[in-house]
Design a protein around this ligand. Structure first.
Ligand code: ATP
Ligand code: MG
Ligand code: MG
Ligand code: MG
Length: 564
């Protein structure tokens, strides 16, 4: 690609609302542009990276025997009513009407749609097992879109759904997906850990998340120094910098303990959105004699108005940001999602219900508040709350290391949750109808791009892993307009490199060297060739790997093979 035909728009300044390196660099290098909160345009450079990740994902899914299909983004409400999730899924589900006043939503995930397809298409055990996947746009009205494409509202997901006659068959596909995910993330050049994740109401050991280790991660994961043990801690407290907390303020201690019944009635009385999950949470907090502080959100659930509540139950009120910081021990800076709230409940006698967000994950489990994602019973949480760095591990081997992780993938044994609700059966060997057993497997394809940058950057910009770089080589001529020799050489080299199958970004803008170097370093192109008159006189060009500190002089005749 010639830069003259590829309008580069790198930014010198760090955009103000970008908190983490990947978000900053994606904006600065011209990979993405923000359209609105959580909505991004993928510019040509960024799209090349996204497509590379997508390509790796597709290759590995195909290799595993999964079948690609494509389902609509717009989904009819009826199917969600059948599964029960129309009521359970919170405001993350964007709902709307068509011109005939029929209800629809934008798909945050596709269990209902695929299960509907399966009940119509699959009739016999002979058609199983089967694993369908798509790489497709998802929409989740995230309560706090942030970190650019890492927590966007519209994003690209690879989601797969498998169907089986029995648990044994599901386990086989699940293990295959586990291995497939490991290959995918390895090929993307990521340092990652598969960790055991909560399976909520379904139970068992059938869920793993794949986490990219990075400081910007919103999850805490615990893994053993000496064994394969690894789990999502899901506890802010486990992060070392959150362990020391100030005592709760006097004012908070003085607030009366709410009465569970009153709160239940309260929720109903005000016709709050039928959020069973929120109700349960409030009631649970109350039953444990805890104070519920509500954090104002700007979502649907904000119908729970601050002004209405205190009159009925004094203890229920909106907390100020200061109070929340004090309760959870968060220092200055943004109130990140890791700050909440299970540990706060467990040992501070304060329940922080951030934004009252309630929703459901891909697997249908509920979550509350920011990053309070699972319906973990409180006693279990209390058991876990002392998990800290250096603890012996749960399996008796080694000590626990606690790290931050970015969830890039999630595999889950669904069992018959959806197939039962939708009546998806096949006939078994004896001609008897059996409900199919299901698994689901997600990868945040667009999130992987951000996560890769979190792990691969320096103070000059991005340092792409070779497998997902938008271009492998920058070809930078010095004073091309002035030197015929440079111009001819570089044009020929551009053709030769392309013919050798190398993706080249040829900077034919005739810019000053400093400007070119800075731009290409910011964009993270892993290799660069500088063609200048002086070195050409010696029959050489200058070569440098983005990750290496210095130049090498390579004979012009050898440069293509050197790169291959
Ligand atoms: P998170 O915990 O980050 O909210 P999730 O558990 O809600 O993610 P899943 O339902 O497991 O997400 O979806 C599968 C994958 O989709 C996730 O592992 C993640 O990589 C990706 N993903 C989820 N939400 C987003 C988002 N808002 N933006 C980008 N990628 C996302
Ligand atoms: Mg989520
Ligand atoms: Mg999650
Ligand atoms: Mg998940």
């Amino acid at each position: 690609m010639r830069v003259s035909q590829f309008p580069l728009q790198t930014l010198k300044e760090t955009p103000a609302d970008a908190e983490i390196p990947s978000h900053q660099l994606m904006l600065r290098a011209g990979l993405i542009r923000k359209l609105a909160s959580g909505l991004y345009v993928w510019l040509p450079l960024g799209l090349r990276v996204l497509r590379k990740v997508e390509h790796i994902v597709r290759e590995e899914m195909d290799r595993s025997g999964a079948l690609e299909l494509s389902m609509p983004v717009v989904q009819p409400a009826e199917l969600w009513q059948e599964s029960g999730r129309w009521d359970q899924y919170g405001p993350e589900l964007l709902r709307f009407h068509d011109r005939h006043n029929r209800e629809f939503c934008l798909g945050p995930t596709h269990e209902e749609i695929i299960t509907d397809l399966a009940r119509n298409q699959l009739k016999s055990y002979r058609q199983l097992p089967v694993n369908f996947y798509q790489i497709q746009t998802k929409f989740r009205d995230e309560i706090r879109p942030r970190f650019g494409v890492m927590r966007a509202r519209e994003f690209l997901m690879k989601d797969a759904y498998s169907f089986h006659v029995d648990q044994e068959s599901l386990q086989q596909t699940y293990d295959l997906m586990h291995a497939t995910y490991s290959r995918i993330f390895e090929r993307c050049g990521l340092d990652f850990r598969p960790v055991a994740a909560d399976t909520g109401s379904i139970g068992g050991s059938g869920s793993h998340e794949f986490h990219v280790l990075a400081d910007a991660g919103e999850d805490a994961i615990a893994f053993s120094t000496e064994s394969d043990y690894a789990a999502n801690v899901e506890l802010a407290e486990a992060l070392p910098d959150r362990r020391e907390r100030p005592a709760p303020s006097k004012e908070m201690e003085q607030v009366d303990t709410p009465d569970a019944k009153t709160i239940t009635e309260l929720v109903e009385q005000f016709g709050l959105p039928v959020e069973q999950t929120v109700k349960t949470l409030v009631v649970e907090a109350a039953e444990r004699g805890l104070i519920a502080l509500l954090v104002r959100g700007d979502h649907e659930l904000n119908e729970i108005k601050a002004e209405k509540l205190p009159q009925v139950a004094a203890p229920l009120r909106f907390a100020t940001e200061e109070e929340i910081r004090a309760a959870i021990g968060a220092g200055p800076g943004s109130l990140g999602p890791v700050n909440l709230s299970i540990p706060a409940i467990a040992d501070r006698s304060v329940a922080v219900l951030a934004d009252f967000s309630a929703g459901a994950n891909m697997d249908g489990k509920h979550y509350f508040g920011i990053n309070w994602e699972r319906d973990v019973p409180l006693p279990e949480v209390a058991d876990l709350r002392n998990v800290v760095e250096g603890d012996p591990s749960p399996d008796g081997k080694g000590r626990l290391t606690i790290a931050r992780g970015i969830e890039v993938g999630h595999i889950f044994q669904l069992g018959t949750k959806y197939s039962q609700a939708l009546g998806a059966t096949v006939l078994d060997e004896n001609g008897k109808a059996v409900t199919m057993t299901m698994g689901c497997y997600g990868i945040g394809v667009s999130r992987v791009v951000g996560a890769a940058i979190e792990q691969h950057h320096d103070d000059k910009g991005i340092v792409w892993p070779m497998s997902i770089t938008p271009f492998q080589v920058s070809l930078l001529p010095m004073q091309m307009k002035k030197s015929e020799k440079v111009r001819e050489t570089v044009e020929k080299l551009y053709q030769d490199l392309q013919q050798a199958g190398i993706e080249v970004l040829f900077d034919d803008r005739d810019q000053r060297p400093g400007v070119m170097f800075a731009d290409h370093e910011l964009m993270g192109i892993p290799l660069r060739i500088v063609v200048g008159e002086r070195s050409l006189d010696k029959g050489e060009v200058e070569f440098r790997a983005r990750s290496a500190g210095k130049n090498e002089m390579i004979p012009l005749d050898n440069i293509v093979s050197h790169i291959q």
